[in-house]
Design a protein around this ligand. Sequence first.
Ligand code: PA5
Length: 441
Amino acid sequence: MLNLDLTKLEGFIPQDYLSQRMAGLEKAASMLANHDGPGGDFTGWVYLPRDYDKEEFARIQAAAKKIQQQSQVLVVIGIGGSYLGARAVIDLLASPNYNLKKKDTPDILFAGNGLSTDALLETIALIGDRDFSVNVISKSGTTTEPAVAFRIFKALLEEKYGKEGARERIYATTDKARGALKGLADAEGYEEFVVPDDVGGRFSVLTAVGLLPIAVAGIDIEELMGGAAQAMTELSVGGAENPAWQYAAARHALYQGGKKVELLACYEPCFRFFAEWWKQLYGESEGKEGKGLFPASVEFTADLHSMGQYIQEGERLMFETVVQFAPKGEFIIPNDPENVDGLNFLSGKPLAFVAQQAMRAVILAHVDGGVPNVRIEMPALSAKTAGYLIYFFEYVCGLSGYLLEVNPFNQPGVEAYKVNMYALLGKPGYEEQKKALEERL
Ligand code: PA5
């Protein structure tokens, strides 16, 4: 399903970059398969497309139907790994304009992914007097942003529907045993879905974390899991032909050769949030111990008219990974008998042809400018394609982290600001830190 083109790395990395890393890749693949590498307790995602909880999957589908029947809006509350996967897949498959479309599924609004008062007020205004449900998602159940948002939307639901009615409209996705959200969901009797213990936030899109909102948007989650399962099967066959091994080795060689930034590019606007999801996946997995490629993203061709200058001529610190999808539809450029704009040389050509030539032109220009290029070619976008790509990037991320010799499955750095914030907000138990921080500010 996926075609990886690494020919435009020639001259940037040693020719034997892959064979040099075969032993490391074999070890990395074995650690992922056997869950016995650093962070092995969090590698439940490796076999998830095969081993997922089928009973819960059926409950997710039933809950999605109920939400579709009961509500015109679903508010999805979560941040980081409890937000980006659902947003990425909904944008990718149902469109960034999903809420503007005429459809028989609810609008999806995201909340709790920041602390902006204005954004919150806007979300409440957008719901208006429409019927709504809430899916609150937090693995730890204690993250401040979603917890504050949930308090607010829970109160709005209870005001509108009463406590009993609200209970019928709240879905909690959290740890099976721990955390404040788990306690609250148990006490209030909400329908609950589980974030498996062995799947970290940024690898959780194919659990209830991503699947419930994605299903509510009308996306076929069986197909999504099917695509991921196909990737799991294909990529489990190790060796020099494995595209995940090739890509992980190439990224590592580029990094060791001085490239510090990986720029993910796509020519589809619906890919923007998929790139945000990818940035969390790679940034949190690799960026530690003073190491790791910095994951960045651009949307072409739009960003060629802004970031294009830097990519072409700025610091030579990056390589580019372009994800290319076959188009789903076709649009033929019309003829204009007057040809005032001089574009008749394109008359009768599909717009996709123009995009294809633009991409080829960009690749060569950037390569000539010292930006190595990786190209990932995919079939037309579908739930299956998306599932495949999700798993591919997750698997490459696991391999890459182990090649880099870090634990790709922890995120100790994310905690630092949380501790400071709890202290500054006056959370009980943080009195000493608060005093020390206030003195410094
Ligand atoms: O990867 C991470 O740990 C974070 O980005 C989390 O996904 C984010 O903080 C949300 O955490 P939680 O699901 O526990 O609310």
